[in-house]
Design a binder for this molecule. Sequence first.
Ligand code: FAD
Length: 393
Amino acid sequence: MAEVLIIGAGPVGLFMAALLLQEGVDVQILEQRSAPEPHSRAIGIHPPALAALAGTGVSEALVAEGVPIRRGVALAGGKCLAQMSFAGVSDRFPFVLSLPQGRTEALLERRVNELNDGALHRGVRLIRLSDDGARVTVEAVSGRGTLSYAAPLVIAADGVRSTVRALQGVALRAKEYPDSYLMGDFADNTGFGPDAALFLAGAGIVESFPLPGHLRRWVVRLGAGDPPAAGGATAGGQCGDSQGGDALWLMRCVRERTGLDIDAGTNSMLSSFGVRTRLARRMVTGRVVTIGDAAHEVSPIGGQGMNLGWLDAAALVPIATAAMRRQQVDGALKNFERTRLRAAARAARQAEINMALGRPLTDGLLGLRNRAIGGVAAVPAVNALIARRFTMQ
Ligand SMILES: Cc1cc2nc3c(=O)[nH]c(=O)nc-3n(C[C@H](O)[C@H](O)[C@H](O)COP(=O)(O)OP(=O)(O)OC[C@H]3O[C@@H](n4cnc5c(N)ncnc54)[C@H](O)[C@@H]3O)c2cc1C
């Protein structure tokens, strides 16, 4: 019997495992996928998360592979409206690190294997669990049939469709948004270097972030009539005829809204997504603690979801290790739940602001909004405050 069972080897479950293994806790991780997920979702790693990751020795490897974004610029009509430097947000990590989620997970998994190469069980899917007050028993299926595991503590990091959360009947506060986006990675021919760029266009925002390997991610806010978020085919969007969310369509859209040409032939990833917030009413149920997306799904706009989950894990480690030493942790768990749900609600609000600022506007309102953004960003104290908020401080 392990001391802690972790369900899910996404970025949050892997980080949780590395932290506990370092503390000498006997951990087993169950992951339904037989191989790592290659899809690049999260790219932004914020300073507080980098500081937490440093505790496992992973941040050096991440920084060695990623692109440190030290500055963001906001542009409209070819002119720079505002600039934001991240120089003052952290002494140790004065930047937002850009690295595709697949690489981040690979580096975390490597660390877990260094600490215990038998801890991660792939191809094992939890289907049931029961908590008798002294320990939790988990039933799982794998290619070898049904398996049974038990531990005094289960940590569920099993993502937005969390089976554990559903089995425990945890209620969610859910909110749907009208926003949807198309994103793609292309060769970087912009000259922005390591800067992030936001283009405040009337048809909807275009965001652009550097990636390792001289690539750039482009994220376009879709408007009415644009290809649907699911990538299905509709014609005649605001960026001309579309075959439905393809690289050529994205290229044309970027040109219309920013005046910049990207090379559709260099496209290496294309994905569309809609947005919703789902916050669990509780994270702790008996001997089961839910963390990461399983507890809180926030909009990718603002790039905080994975970071939030890592900060859950960092906050939970001292409590879990104290529990293993048979110390009383009820009060600490209550405080953990309260502060982490509050942090998730704050991130959801921040993402709502980011999304609102990127929505399509008519010319008159667009000019007003863009002048307001330029004016606010020109006040150094306000600019520094926004930089801190944006980087989760
Ligand atoms: C387009 C997009 C862009 C994003 N950009 C950013 C960004 O820049 N910065 C940021 O911080 N966040 C970003 N996010 C959010 C980020 O991707 C998630 O917050 C992050 O993946 C959550 O990690 P997790 O480990 O909690 O869950 P997941 O990554 O979903 O991992 C859960 C794991 O649990 C496994 N699992 C599920 N059920 C079971 C079961 N029953 N048994 C065993 N295993 C199971 C799954 O296979 C999976 O491997 C973005 C998201 C999207 C969609």
